[in-house]
Design a protein around this ligand. Structure first.
Ligand code: NAD
Length: 253
């Protein structure tokens, strides 16, 4: 793809160098979007590995270090991108963390750290792009929730609450912006083949796969395609939905 071909929509992906975020960036770039991957100012090697991953996309994907739990940094980021690129058309909120513990053992720190990233981060980013989107009459927001926000998960009261909250937030914002050309939707991945899931033991992973009717973990590309679909210009009649991408996992209940 040549640099001149990258003249389409401007997309921001938080958690953009993560397991799902990287593939979402790649997918949006292949859809001819100029993509800004936003993530923590993590170790240089991780950012260098990400740059290698997207090197074949000829500059369609760039990186910005921001902590989404910090409102002022998100505000500065949004105005920096709008100055550089003219606008933000697509926002994908994929930054997320886990702080697992059964409620008996969960500390306020576990709870607040997670809420600050997984829920405040969605507010901080949406709040700082929404006026630009509504004033231009176009926007696509896709928020990453999780199957565990719909089913609950042992040891994840904090994560399940935040992820259920993400969809409530999306529906409310979808109503506020429906007549202004801005759609807001949620994608809820099931268990995917990413470092987040690789961290569990082989035994637990085998148990998870046994419960997925499709018989495998989701791939990052499965999720990226769903995000790309909802982020498309011609997806304007779909708003306020939750799109579960989980290999039929709900049918097991
Ligand atoms: P990941 O851990 O690989 O990536 C998450 C990214 O978010 C990381 O790159 C991390 O550095 C970044 N991040 C964390 N805190 C941040 C902050 N304060 N500011 C900016 N960036 C921050 O996880 P993933 O598997 O790519 O998951 C992406 C999203 O999808 C998350 O919201 C996750 O909860 C959700 N999800 C993942 C799965 C799965 O199976 N992997 C399943 C359901 C939902």
């Amino acid at each position: 793809m040549s640099q001149s071909a990258v003249t389409g929509r401007v997309a921001v992906v938080t958690g953009g160098i993560g397991g799902l975020g990287t593939e979402i960036c790649r997918h949006l770039a292949r859809q001819n979007r100029q993509v800004i991957a936003v993530d923590l100012a993590v170790r240089n090697e991780r950012i260098a590995a990400f740059r290698d991953d997207v090197a074949d996309l000829d500059g369609a994907v760039t990186f910005e270090a921001v902590d989404v739990s910090d409102f002022d940094s998100c505000q500065a980021l949004a105005s920096r991108i709008e100055q550089q690129h003219g606008r933000i058309d697509i926002l994908v909120n994929a930054a997320g963390i886990t702080r697992d513990a059964s409620l008996r053992k969960m500390t306020p720190q576990h709870w607040h750290e997670l809420m600050r990233v997984n829920l405040d981060g969605v507010f901080n980013m949406c709040r700082n792009v929404i006026e630009g989107m509504t004033s231009r009459g176009f926007g696509r927001i896709v928020n990453l929730s999780s199957v565990n926000g719909q089913t609950g998960q042992f040891g994840q009261t904090n994560y399940s609450a935040a992820k259920a909250g993400v969809h409530g937030f999306s529906m409310a914002l979808a109503r506020e912006t429906a007549r202004k050309g801005v759609t807001v939707n949620t994608v809820s991945p099931g268990y995917c083949d990413t470092p987040m899931v690789a961290a569990v033991s082989d035994e637990i992973r085998a148990g998870i796969i046994a419960e997925i009717p499709v018989g495998r973990l989701g791939s990052p590309a499965d999720i990226a395609r769903a995000v790309g679909f909802l982020g498309a210009d011609d997806a304007g009649y779909i708003t306020g939905i939750n799109l579960p991408v989980n290999g039929g996992y709900f049918m097991s209940f």
